[in-house]
Design a protein around this ligand. Sequence first.
Ligand SMILES: [Zn+2]
Length: 477
Amino acid sequence: MQTLVRSVACGAPLALLLCVAGCSEEPAPSPAPKPTPVAEWPLPDAASETALLDAAFRVDVSRIDVVFDLFPADARVLAQARVAFRMRPGQTLPVFHFEPARSAPDVALRLDGESLDLGSERDVRFFTYHGSGQTSLELERALGGGDHMLEAGGSFALADDGRRFFTDVDDVLGNGNESLFPTLNTPQELARHVLVFRVHGTEPYLLVGSGWASERDDADAQELVLDTERDVASYTVMFHLAPAASHALAQRRIAGVDVRVLSPNGGVAADQAFALLDPWLPELQAALGPFPMPRGLSVALTQRGGGMEYFGATTTSLDALRHEVFHMYFGCSTIARSYRDSWWDEAADMWYDLSSRSAVTPIAEDFRSGIVNNRSAIAKGFDVRAYSDGAAVFEAIAADLGGRQRMVQFLRHLHERRLFDPFTTWQLADEIQAWSGISFHERFRSWLYQGPEAAATGSSRWDWLHRVDTRLPDARR
Ligand SMILES: [Zn+2]
């Protein structure tokens, strides 16, 4: 990738340079990555949570465009990203999350047309806020108001045995798509994402993912485009590309929702997914309102394990399919403001299922936990007690509201009112009170803002739900 680095310095558009430099050539394998050391910084001083989020995240991303050039025969991907952003009020030095900047040897960055040297602290600094679990990249250029552009280019290995290329987000751990392109990995940061996949080779590929998927004519490559068409959180953007020779893409319209199921040949059949969705999509719409994603639902079907929800999409087994599709309402369109608040989308999901078969009891009045406050508002991941204790908290709310039907009515109201308007646990209590007149603030304070340390990840009986297993049907267990 010497060509890329040298070419970027001359100031021509990065996209063009990458194509000239690499798209028609075989990309060379990169040497083993050597991650740059990361300094730990104290949390920024801030008078409020809003001020803390602004001081930590600093930028407001409006749009992320990424072109991925896939070379399946060489197991390589070239990526070029353009991130349009503005500074948040009062902020000057931009911050992004972008794992390859620290570990990939050939990453090149440009800020507003100027090349930055990843090896120089005069240009960039890597750090992590104490307790955040997230590596941040600070760009050492003081920026004013107005529009700015970060460009990034580089390559990485296509590691999958089946020559697939797909997102692998884990929201429990808080690992999002910063592994693939520069972004802010926090639920509150919403941006439009347009991803272009150029597949080089004779083998055609199939694509499912978040938003509108289309194919463009291109002489040099099979070009597939995914557009979220609206602002969404980066960690909720899914794509799954797979060779057409080994996969099938089935489509059906269920209760007005366009459903696409991508499944590997010889494994779980798409019809089994459709059979589960046939009653589930009408039920969810009757209970919670119209399906939130205008382009419908894309499913990358796996053979076993759990699933992961994304905006209008999921990578899931049959066992977790209903759970993940519920998340289209809570998690992917009604959104937590920070990762620690996302206990409530998991709780809503689990509660809806468990309460339908009387399998949940209200949380005990003397329950104490630090599910929310044991984590900073800028930490990634959430407490897995959301699945069981969180569902029990929701059952206690349901009991005060007048039962399951009233609680479902409230969830429908909440979804409609706060669509793509991220909110905190405390604001959830405000919403409950505004709708019902009942205050849960003090109980939330006891149940969620004090008590034992956060449960270790992996201690929930519902753990399997978020363990995605993307192995192909013929893979050995
Ligand atoms: Zn879930």
